[in-house]
Design a binder for this molecule. Structure first.
Ligand code: GLU
Length: 305
């Protein structure tokens, strides 16, 4: 049995957020208000036992981490047809790049860049009756926690400043890859990004992806083993904007980051972990988060590679 608690203790002792470079995201003004010294990590093993440190119980804006449950829900409601509207290749471009969309006729490279997640939200507006309510309920179900909800301040803040996303969605609409009203889709997309969760809650939610698509609590199969394999493959190749290669190189686990400073990573059959520190590198990934996860796979001597 791995001593995860001991590993987390070492990470907490050795990583000092003050010593690491990085800047809190400020293009969504509400995110700029988060203190830059926040740091927490939590790991839930496949038996459901958890350990954590620091600010692991404080909720933060999960931002792009929401792109994983969004895709999961789209696969459940729309099935394999989602792949007619979004690809499965790494982008190698920033998360909000317009250039690539033009080359590829409005079909986003993958569901974990902004344009791809916006198409997924457009799909969900058609497959769900009450999208915001049902999306929140889905997150609550996956994490086994009914109190998780949207941070309306973050959602409104992004609505005011989301010009890049607005440009991308209009562009895709021009190519016929958006069915609904662009403002309705954006409102839903900004809400999915504004979900607030702690590292503990995120690690519990993502255990599903380490557990062949089954909820640990009830054994209910949410995703088939095949779809779980595909989702994990996408996290591995597309989960870190144009830094997916570097993350694989340093950490060696499938994962997803968000500009709120959160990163989740899973080790199939072993654990799910989440780390939070809002200072981001120039690619938009948490510097302390990557360092902590690299230490975790180094100390335990285990990664998927
Ligand atoms: N809501 C953010 C945006 O669309 C998400 C970005 C991120 O976390 O990567 O710009």
């Amino acid at each position: 049995m791995m001593d995860y608690q001991g590993s987390l203790h070492k990470i907490n002792k050795q990583i000092s957020v003050d010593d690491l470079n990085g800047k809190v995201a400020n293009y969504i003004p509400e995110l700029a208000n988060v203190p830059e010294d926040k740091f927490g990590m939590y790991l839930t093993n496949i038996e459901g036992e958890g350990s954590g440190f620091g600010d692991c119980n404080e909720r933060f804006s999960i931002q792009s981490i929401s792109k994983v449950p969004s895709l999961t829900l789209a696969l459940l409601t729309e099935g394999e047809r989602v792949w007619e509207r979004v690809g499965v290749e790494p982008s190698g471009d920033p998360f909000n790049s317009l250039v690539q969309l033009e080359y590829e006729n409005g079909v986003p490279r993958n569901p974990f860049i902004n344009a791809g997640a916006i198409v997924i939200c457009d799909i969900l507006l058609n497959t769900l009756k009450d999208p915001k309510k049902e999306y929140r309920e889905f997150i609550c179900k996956l994490s086994g926690n009914s109190s998780i909800t949207y941070d309306e301040k973050v959602a409104s803040s992004e609505k005011l400043t989301g010009h890049h996303n607005r440009a991308m969605i209009n562009f895709m609409k021009g190519y016929g890859n958006i069915n609904n009203d662009v403002e309705e889709v954006l409102d839903f997309y900004f809400h999915t990004c504004s979900i607030a969760m702690s590292c503990k809650e995120l690690s519990e939610m993502f255990l599903l992806y380490a557990n062949h698509g089954k909820l640990l609590s009830t054994g209910e199969e949410i995703l088939s083993a095949k779809r779980t394999k595909r989702l994990n493959a996408l996290m591995q190749t597309c989960g870190f904007y144009d830094e997916a290669g570097e993350f694989s190189f340093r950490v060696g686990l499938p994962g997803k980051s968000g500009v709120g400073g959160g990163i989740v990573a899973i080790y199939p059959n072993m654990y799910s972990t989440a780390v939070w520190s809002p200072k981001l590198n120039e690619k938009g990934n948490s510097t302390a988060g990557i360092a902590a996860l690299e230490m975790l796979t180094d100390i335990t001597g285990c990664s998927i590679f």
